[in-house]
Design a protein around this ligand. Structure first.
Ligand SMILES: NC(=O)c1ccc[n+]([C@@H]2O[C@H](COP(=O)([O-])OP(=O)(O)OC[C@H]3O[C@@H](n4cnc5c(N)ncnc54)[C@H](O)[C@@H]3O)[C@@H](O)[C@H]2O)c1
Length: 266
């Protein structure tokens, strides 16, 4: 199955984690990937794609900086003749400080990367997708954007904004045949969460990672990448303006004591 044969795909945050995993999958399904990131990890991603026989180019671009985003979009058009799909995925956690320990500069930086980044991807990328007769934009939000408890105040607010931005953009792109959706990962093993997973592994506490969801584990980046590809593909041809939680079921319940499968209710 090659859902993205000869499609031009832009992925931000492609140097690590979910963005790298998605870049590899897009290329494996025939896509021509422009892999963007602020780190050299993006060169490694492109080398991995080349090693699997795919087509990709790397660009160093800050997803929250408008001139860099314009440069990134232009580079994709120049390299691959246009744009069909954008996966606006770059993000930073900004730490776990509470409201009272968060200064304005930190809050602003988290919003700049996590929320203004997707806004700029839509603003400058959607017109190029429209020129091709339509396509898809997928924004990485988070379960932290659905309700409290999965990130700092700045991170959570930024991701709530991303969910709303997907809905608003889907409406404002009415008639363009461009779908916009948000992906809401739960806890996923990536560069961002490496300390958590490393600590749990070293301490023999992996059974505690993700234990609050009914699958009782964290996700692997590939599981999020596959969901992103679904939203970006024609398999999701009637899915628009939505937020898809890919979190093992975490956000499907209020925080109640769960009755385990096979146990008798007391
Ligand atoms: N890992 C999780 O548990 C989790 C959960 C929910 C949401 N997310 C979201 O998933 C997305 C991908 O993160 P990940 O978990 O793969 O983490 P990651 O740290 O492995 O990857 C994020 C990538 O984004 C890049 N990046 C950061 N700032 C950038 C900028 N200004 N411009 C361009 N690139 C930039 C980083 O260099 C990195 O390569 C993020 O938006 C993150 O908020 C992750």
């Amino acid at each position: 199955m090659a859902r993205f044969q000869n499609k031009s795909i832009v992925v931000t945050g492609a140097g690590s984690g979910i963005g790298r995993a998605a870049s590899l999958l897009f290329a494996a399904e025939g896509g021509h990937v422009l892999a963007a990131d602020v780190t050299e990890g993006v060169d490694e991603t492109v080398a991995m794609i080349a090693a699997q026989g795919g087509t990709a180019r790397a660009i160093r671009a800050d997803a929250g900086h408008e001139p860099a985003v314009i440069r990134m979009i232009d580079a994709a058009v120049e390299a691959h003749g246009g744009i069909d799909v954008i996966f606006a995925n770059a993000g930073i956690s900004g730490g776990m400080a509470n409201i009272f320990d968060t200064d304005v500069s930190l809050f602003t930086e988290v919003l700049r990367v996590n929320l203004i980044g997707p806004f700029l991807a839509i603003k400058h990328g959607a017109p190029r997708i429209a020129e091709r007769g339509g396509g898809a934009i997928v924004l990485t939000a988070s379960v932290a954007g659905i309700r409290s408890g999965a990130g700092s105040p700045a991170y959570s607010a930024s991701k709530a904004g991303v969910i709303n931005l997907a809905a608003v953009a889907a409406q404002q792109l009415s008639g363009s045949n461009i779908r916009v959706n948000a992906l809401c990962p739960g806890l996923t093993e990536t560069g961002m969460t490496k300390p958590t997973f490393d600590y749990a592994r070293d301490a023999g506490k992996m059974d505690r990672v993700g234990r609050l969801n009914p699958l009782k584990r964290g996700a692997q980046a590939d599981e999020l990448a596959r969901a992103a590809l679904f939203l970006a593909s024609d398999d999701a041809s009637y899915v628009n303006g939505q937020a898809l939680a890919v979190d093992g079921g975490l956000s499907s319940s209020h925080p109640v004591t769960r009755q385990e499968y096979g146990q008798t209710a007391v």
